[in-house]
Each structure stands twice: as C-alpha cells, then as structure tokens.
Design a protein around this ligand. Structure first.
Ligand code: PMP
Ligand code: GLN
Length: 398
C-alpha cells in the first residue's frame, strides 16, 4: 500500500466530491423500490417509431456497426445530421469536418467542456442547470458562474435576465453554456434573448456551447431557434443534439456536435479518449430516423403537447403552482401552495404519500435555496399513466 491510498484521503477526487449520485439515478431507484409511477427521470414509456427500431435490427443483422465504427461517427449518420440541420434551420455543415457523433449528448457536453476549458476558466451557464454541466465543468477544472432563470409567476414561465447575463461575463469567461429548450424549466429562449446572447458573445469574443437536445419538443406557443443561425454565431458555436429525446430511444445514446472544423477537431481530441466510439448499429438507425418526414416530428410534438395539458391540469388540480413549459417534456411546479417548503424532502416522501416520483429542482442550483420549493414532473408517459398519477397526486390536496 502506498501513502497515496492512506485512509485520510477520500477516494473520490475533490473536484467531484460535491456531486454524489445523480438525482435521476436516485429517484429512478426510489421509483423501482416503491413501485411508484416514475415522473422523475426524463424517459418515455413508449419506444420510438417501429421503422427506426427495425433499422437498428437490420443494421445488427447485416453486420453494420457491430465492430468499432469510425471515430467521428458513421458517414451515413454524419450526412443525415448535416442534412437535418440544413433542412430544419438552413445551417450548412460539412459532414466530414464539421459533425461529430458522440455517446449521447452527455458525452458531447463532457468532451466539449474538457476540450475547451483550462483550469480556472469561467463558464457562464443558465441555472437551474442540467446536472452534468456542473460536474463536467468541475472535471475540467473550470468555474461555473450561474445566471438564474427567474420564475415569472404571472406569466407562468421562467425568464432570463439579460442584464444579469451581461454582468456575469468577466475577463476570465471562456464560454457561455446555453440550453434551449431548457431542462428543467421548459423555457424556450426567444429570438430577442438569443440575439442578446449572440451580441454579447461577439462583443466579448466568447465561445458558445448550446445544448439543443429538446429542439423538436417545442409547443405551439414557442419556436426553437438554434443559436448558430444568429449573426456572428456559426463560427463560435458548438451545437449539441441527441436522438434520445427526439426519437424516444434514450437508451441508444446517440448524440452529436456540429461546429467549425477547428472546434469539432478539439472536441474529437477529447472524445476519442472518453468512449472512442459508441452505439454502432444505432448510428445507422438514427441516420434513417433523422430523414423521417415532417409528419413524424409534427405528430410527436402534437402528442406531447396534449400530454403537457393533461399533466398540467392534474398538477393544478392537486394544488401545485404550475409553470407552463414551452418546450421539453418537463413541468416545473412550486409546492409552496401545498404548504410544503423543501423539494428534496417532498420528493423523498412522495412515493410513500401517493406513489409518484418526481425530481427536486433544488439540486440544479448552486444555492439550493433558490429552487427550494420547485419540483419537476415528466409528462412523456402514456395517457393512462398520467391520469393515474394525477389521481394519486390529488390525495395531496386533501
Ligand atoms: N442535455 C439535457 C438538457 C438533457 O436533459 C439531457 C438528458 N437527456 C442530456 C443533455 C443528455 O442527453 P443524452 O441522453 O443524449 O446523453
Ligand atoms: N435528461 C434526463 C432528465 O433530465 C435524465 C438523463 C439522466 O438520467 N442522466 O431527466
């Protein structure tokens, strides 16, 4: 035994010491243990399109992707990603030099932050943040600087304060980390907000990393505008996408990065030492999925839009204050009207009280007091499951 493993020294390095087990794993385990309806971790309870599943089976049978695919991803998928960005947004990317396939958006986030940050660099990120942002900034030795989306109770949405955003940028800021549509609040940034972010990035010469995994989960009251489409942004933006949410295959872990050749090369340099490659046969299937006709994307969105109403009504009837998401498949609520104060304690007790699991948003804030009474529910579930969950939650009102 060497001095390096002395019992005084914790095994987990100090950069990660504060993170523990992710809230999603904790709450999904709680749902399993208690047999509760799991509206916590964001995954659909219905798999994606049959033809896409068949495409994966076909790829496996035909021996496509069963061995290591090429490091940047199979050419069919890179071409399909580039075609998707062109068709939906008029953004043109060279599939050979400007597209990189990753093991889900999670790896794209990790590889991007590990590639671009030096220890001590500051990352300005929208808070509440998706949990892997804070962990990956920490792994890279960076410092996170939150800009908090504030609830506007009257409008029933969370909004970005642009003055706060501008004030958060310092000479040490390396990049802005944006997420729209935003998990967990459901906020979709407006063109005016995105324009202000773009102007700030240009003025201060910042890189921008934008997580757009919910790009297709946007409801009729909002529009998804990729940051890379705004003036001055194509050359300084790393855009992150994923098949998990759009096609309801979260277990396949196929994500991607689109950016300039220089930025993609930097991200690839890191990515090659994380997974090297992943999801071979699924890459071929996702290539086919991205080429599905608009009817698929419209139908998926319409279906989820309906579920948003269904769960929203159920939560209101149960006594929650409900923030109406414009995108994603999450609803953030406030539990204060139920006489509750602490989201984490509330979520731990919820399975026992009514057989439902949800996520406390407090874990997505640097200062947990900021989100102390916010709880997130996922509505990517079958209608009867949402009805049942709403019935159970009504017990809270009595
Ligand atoms: N970013 C956000 C905002 C998310 O909610 C998630 C969870 N799906 C991810 C990234 C990770 O995506 P993936 O499952 O493709 O790794
Ligand atoms: N993105 C999913 C959510 O926000 C969870 C993914 C995960 O478990 N890492 O619920």
């Amino acid at each position: 035994m060497t001095g390096m493993t002395s019992s005084e020294r914790p095994l987990l390095n100090r950069r990660l010491a504060e993170f523990g087990t992710t809230i999603f794993a904790e709450m999904s385990a709680l749902a399993l243990r208690t047999g509760s309806i799991n509206l916590g971790q964001g995954f659909p309870d219905t798999d994606g399109p049959e033809e896409v599943r068949e495409a994966a089976v076909r790829a496996i049978r035909e021996g496509r992707g069963n061995q290591y695919p090429p490091g940047p991803g199979v050419p069919e998928l890179r071409t399909a990603i580039a075609a998707h960005q062109q068709r939906r947004y008029g953004l043109s990317y060279d599939p050979d030099t400007e597209v990189l396939v990753t093991a889900g958006a999670t790896e794209a986030i990790a590889a991007t932050l590990l590639a671009l940050l030096e220890p001590g660099d500051e990352v300005v990120a929208l808070e509440p943040y998706y949990d892997s942002y804070a962990a990956c900034i920490a792994m890279a030795g960076g410092t996170r600087v939150p800009v908090t989306l504030r609830p506007d109770a009257e409008a029933g949405v969370f909004r970005l304060d642009l003055d706060e955003l501008r004030a958060a940028v310092t000479p040490r800021t390396r990049l802005l980390l944006v997420n729209t549509p935003h998990n967990p609040t459901g906020t979709v940034l407006t063109r005016a907000e995105l324009t202000a972010i773009a102007e700030l990035a240009v003025e201060r010469d910042l890189l921008v990393v934008t997580d757009e995994v919910y790009e297709h989960l946007v409801y009729e009251d909002a529009e998804h505008i990729p940051l890379a489409t705004l003036p001055g942004m194509r050359g300084r933006t790393v855009t992150i996408g994923s098949a998990g949410k759009t096609f309801s295959f979260t277990g396949w872990k196929v994500g991607w990065v689109t950016s300039t050749p220089e930025l993609v090369t930097a991200v690839r340099s890191t990515k090659q030492f994380l997974t090297y490659v992943a999801s071979g046969p699924f890459q071929y299937a996702v290539a086919e999925a991205l080429a599905l006709p608009d009817a698929y994307f419209d139908g998926f969105r319409a279906d989820l839009g309906r579920k948003r109403e269904l769960l929203g009504e159920g939560l209101r009837a149960a006594g929650f204050q409900v923030y109406r998401p414009q995108g994603t498949y999450f609803i953030t609520t406030d539990i204060a009207p139920l006489g509750e104060k602490d989201a984490h304690a509330f979520c731990r007790a919820l399975p026992e009280r009514c057989g439902v699991v949800a996520i406390p948003n407090s874990v997505f804030y640097d200062d947990p007091d900021a989100g102390r009474s916010q709880v997130r529910f996922a509505f990517c579930k079958k209608d009867d499951v949402l009805h049942e969950a709403a019935d159970r939650l009504r017990r809270l009102a009595s």
